[in-house]
Design a protein around this ligand. Sequence first.
Ligand SMILES: Nc1ncnc2c1ncn2[C@@H]1O[C@H](COP(=O)(O)OP(=O)(O)OP(=O)(O)O)[C@@H](O)[C@H]1O
Length: 353
Amino acid sequence: MSAYEQAGEAGERLVGAAADGEDLAVEAALRPKELGEFIGQTRVREQLDLVLRAARARGATADHVLLSGAPGLGKTTLSMIIAAEMAAPIRITSGPAIQHAGDLAAILSSLAEGEVLFLDEIHRMSRPAEEMLYMAMEDFRVDVIVGKGPGATAIPLELPPFTLVGATTRAGLLPPPLRDRFGFTGHMEFYESAELERVVHRSAHLLGVEVTADGAAEIAGRSRGTPRIANRLLRRVRDYAQVRADGVVTRETATRALAVYEVDERGLDRLDRAVLRALLKLFGGGPVGLSTLSVAVGEERETVEEVAEPFLVREGLLARTPRGRVATPAAWRHLDMEPPPAAAGGQEGLFGT
Ligand SMILES: Nc1ncnc2c1ncn2[C@@H]1O[C@H](COP(=O)(O)OP(=O)(O)OP(=O)(O)O)[C@@H](O)[C@H]1O
């Protein structure tokens, strides 16, 4: 098992998007508390603002909301904001925690009127629980099955109106009947660098860290479009600034600190660069099969495919083609290497296939 697998995506990976233990401990303090404080996601924010204002004006419970997007983009934060804007309590659970319909019935039947139920990773709920949720969302009712076999009876249970906020990294994985029961779906996008700079400034202020404009820009540029990563890099740069400098986060301290952690100016870490380097140096930029590339890097196939490649593809550094993995011209430039003329010409036709 490779180091990356042992650590998990979150574990030791400074640029992993999933939350690690330290993130969970500090994130509560860094979360924006109201819609106006939430940075970026302009479209989702405006749409949600309308949904919530209208519900408030009607004195009604807000429609069910589905939030889709990559980890660390602010889905949990938005669900808490929804509850705060509706002056409602919130209950937080996740799909994998609800394996039996009974688990869900217990949660639903204990909700207060208007409460927000945040269901993270909703695509990972068990089938029977999912079916129970259909009726709960639509009619605010569940059938609780009592007994077994031919003697089993369904006892209908009325629920108070509530707002379900479902979060998923993969909206496409949700069965259409579930997707259709949400009144509003918000697609969260990766953040622009300027937005992440604002996230860094805001978090630095809350953490009592002094950060210069170019220091924030340096961190933002390495954060892979993800606020969670921006906050994590800020904490590591703050440590460095305290120990090796005067405590102020400048471009120079950020650059030196993140060199220690092997996060480069574009947010690639050691694994990402190892994959690119193998692809360029050993295979002339490809095409090369995933298995061969993984062996060359000394990582499991799944680690290369699921941990490193998505970001490399998103950054336009690597392309997955039917003939194998191919480096783009940007990958050569990123590692300061000259593409061999034949390879560069040969690869052009591979992109977009
Ligand atoms: N728009 C934003 N403005 C400021 N900070 C943000 C924003 N979005 C997210 N954050 C910060 O990023 C961190 C991660 O956000 P959050 O937990 O809401 O992400 P998530 O999408 O729910 O992740 P996951 O899918 O892993 O649960 C939080 O600490 C939050 O403070």
